[in-house]
Design a protein around this ligand. Structure first.
Ligand code: SF4
Length: 182
């Protein structure tokens, strides 16, 4: 991290339920203290819409499920020094990967044809629906991940610990604070 500026931190939401971001916000008042030490440059909780360059730390929630997710995570990887898989969906695929025994076409038919409320809308949308990849995959299967922060969601204390340790220049080991499925 550069000594001349505050570290740039981003959080990203791929195929997840937003629970990991809720846990991030549960850092509560410590988030105020953290915000004086870092710049949150991209996140569902801030305004900027384009992922910036030279980001020091990015926490990624969710599995890579769509072509849009894949493009996003590839760009983020290129622009991030330390990439953290945040939560079980990012770490293992978890809930989004439950769809992996079905073909995308079967899933779309189930959601938009078999379960359609109105007979007039019995087809998958043709616009605004990112193309599904054959499987929902954990982030590390597509790009290099530097740190894993498991949990569903990881507790706020674990997220705070990891960010604070990185800011202090140490490599965090969150295994005492969280684990898969916790
Ligand atoms: S790990 Fe759990 S809380 Fe986080 S996105 Fe997945 S299902 Fe939601």
């Amino acid at each position: 991290m550069s000594a001349n500026r505050k570290p740039k931190v981003a959080t990203v939401w791929l195929d997840g339920c937003s629970g990991c971001h809720m846990s991030f916000l549960d850092i509560d008042e410590r988030l105020v203290a953290l915000s004086s030490l870092i710049d949150i440059v991209y996140s569902p909780v801030v305004d900027p819409k384009d992922f910036p360059t030279d980001v020091d730390v990015t926490l990624v929630e969710g599995a890579v499920s769509s072509e849009e997710d894949l493009h996003k995570i590839q760009v983020i990887r290129q622009r991030t020094k330390i990439l953290i898989s945040l939560g079980d969906c990012a770490v293992t695929g978890n809930v989004p990967a439950m769809r992996n025994s079905y073909e995308p076409a079967e899933l779309l038919a189930r959601a938009y044809v078999e379960n359609a409320q109105s007979p007039d809308s019995r087809q998958p949308p043709t616009r605004g629906l990112p193309a599904l990849r054959p499987k929902a995959q954990p982030v590390h299967e597509l790009v290099k991940v530097d740190l894993y922060l498991p949990g569903c969601p990881p507790p706020a204390d674990a997220i705070h610990f990891v960010v604070a340790e990185l800011l202090a220049g140490r490599t965090p080991d969150p295994s005492q604070l969280t684990r898969f499925g916790r």
